[in-house]
Ligand binder design. Sequence first.
Ligand code: HEC
Length: 132
Amino acid sequence: MKQNTLKTLVLLFMIIFNSNLQAHADEKINNQELAYNLRHENIITKASLEKKYNLTLGKNKYESAGCAGCHDNGVLGAPKPGHKDSWGSRIGKGWGNIVNNAVSGFNQMPPKGGNESISQSDIENIIAYMVS
Ligand code: HEC
């Protein structure tokens, strides 16, 4: 009886341990794929971003609105444009959330990057450019 209990415990432990390993393996794969994965929307690619946003305008605004000042060199940990590892987990929060964070501010990221005059649609174009 006691041995059976022990066996059950060992088995349970192994199951939990294994599912943990599996969860971590999934996490790794997900992180790599997250750059293209909007959890609540469709899988995104540069092509799908181009359909919805104006990446050329986004790039111009990125430079003229002052985003480049921090984001080009990763100042204060700002994610760099096109840097898939930095954007992957952020995109996992959902497009709406990262847009809201850019508008309202997020940790060291000032609201609208400190540029009050920038519009919501400009911000979305800029983010699409940075993510692509
Ligand atoms: C003063 C420096 C600075 C400027 C200027 C700046 N950012 Fe940021 N930004 C940051 C930092 C730092 C982070 C990372 C914040 C964090 O994850 O803690 C960030 C993060 C972000 C994120 C990710 C938000 C998230 O939810 O993970 C977006 C989107 C963003 N910035 C957009 C912009 C846009 C658009 C502009 C220009 C209008 C801009 N930023 C200008 C510093 C800046």
